[in-house]
Design a protein around this ligand. Sequence first.
Ligand code: PEP
Ligand code: MG
Length: 586
Amino acid sequence: MDENILLKGIGASPGVAIGRALLVEHGRPDFSHYRLSTQDEIHEEVARFQKAIKESEAQLLKAKKEVSKKKIKEAQYIIETHILILQDKVLRDEVIKKIENERVDVAWALKSTMEELKKNISQMSDEYMQERTSDIDYIEKRILRNLAGKKAVSLSNIGEEVIIIANDLSPADTANLKSDEVLGFVTECGGKTSHTAIMARALKIPSVVGLQDIMRKVNNGDDIIVDGIHGVVIINPDAETRRKYRQKKDQHEEFERKLFTYKDLSAESRDGFRVKLLANIEIIEELTSVLEYGAEGIGLFRTEFLYINQKQLPTEEELFEIFKHVTEKTTPHPVTIRTLDIGGDKFISHIDFAEEMNPVMGLRAIRFCLKEIPIFKTQLRAILRASAYGKVKIMFPMISCVTEVVQIKKILQEVKKELQKQKKEFDPDIEIGIMVEVPAAAAIADHLAKEVNFFSIGTNDLIQYTLAIDRVNEQVSYLYEPLHPAVLRLLRNIITSAHDNGIPVAMCGEMAGEPLYIPILLGLGIDELSMNPIAILETKKVLRSLEYNRCREISEHLFDLETAEEIRAYLLKEVNKNFNKIILDK
Ligand code: PEP
Ligand code: MG
């Protein structure tokens, strides 16, 4: 038996688990394909398909019941989506059409229909959508299993503590997991935003995903360590490694327990400088975490997924219902809804986008909305109507000049007038803000600050455009540097200009949730940080260990330094000296 084989995947749900492997085969059953010759055979095949769909539907409804009993909202939404896909008439008709016209067996027709669907989705460059192909996969496998008369492996009563190793686990598969039996799981498929990962976090089960070939490397009963924090899996650890990881497990559990003691404490520095901590969300499933980690509202609600995920553009009513739901759930805290940031690397399949050489610098975000005014107005109407149910703010992405803001305000005024005429309620004083994520906007922040109620700095794009580094190109990712002096200078200019004009500044890019950068942001006087909800408690812990006055001195000194390397070294030294290594202890 080989000892201590260390494999690296993607940490999907934090925590450490140590236990014995249980391999779960949820693969596709094999089918021999055949051609149909008579009309009777065709009818028989269609009937088989309909029966398999019915069985699949019943199984998913049962799984949904199970998760709603356990109050796992995330899983409920995901399973509901699967049921909707299964009930999709177009999809069903397509399979039946294939059986009838091409005279092929049902498994063949199903596979080729699903293949076409997955191909269409995988052509979208958006990571979230790419991962939605796994939803199609889950459904396809389920129907195939039912066609083959195979019973799904039940994970509800394993009878012992195990670590599950699988190619992939669908939300319905995981619905029955008991967290006192399943200590952790490892899958070959999936990424950070895959549904398996979302489920794992909701169930608080340590897990690693995207570990290709793990099924071939592990045998049933092998000893396994799952480190969901660093995405590491160790097969058959030696005694020393086991001891080390047992210690890590205890430390992590202690760390988590202690972090939750911060939930109700105020987010402020030792000397009382208050920074509000809010959450970024992309999908409605994340609302649970927003509340669980004590966010003071939603600082960025990315609305793209309401458009990309649909067969047609969402209607005003559909958007309104979602915005209203999020607003009501978040109240009394505010919800900042960002208008559609489409284009760049995110596309809507049913709109014809012209081919662009440089899409991230093309017809993206607000530029798209100002060209497609009816789409923009529909979204604004829905957001405004939701503002009657709580504190809603509107935020516009990718602003590069004052003219755009003037145009937006004119359109917003028109929409408000229309709503008033129709006697629809909304907050007439709704705050509007812009994302400062284009260097041009950072340079004219003083002018822009006179036009809006708040700024939110989008560092993901601001760094990309300032340093001319494509944020999704791995070749140049080593140059992506938040501590580049040019970036820091822009941050300083944005914050000072905003404050000189009496408006607050938030940051909602990834930089906001990184512990090492908090002393700088605090020192520069940031008002709000918005991040992945999971990062909130740790950020609060770091913030409460800092001293605003010292951070101001530290951040002032950074501007005398010439390179990111010098800045990083200085920052680490100061953090170490002043703040009890709390940031580095992670
Ligand atoms: C950003 O650019 O920093 C940002 C928060 O927006 P997105 O990542 O959605 O472009
Ligand atoms: Mg952006």
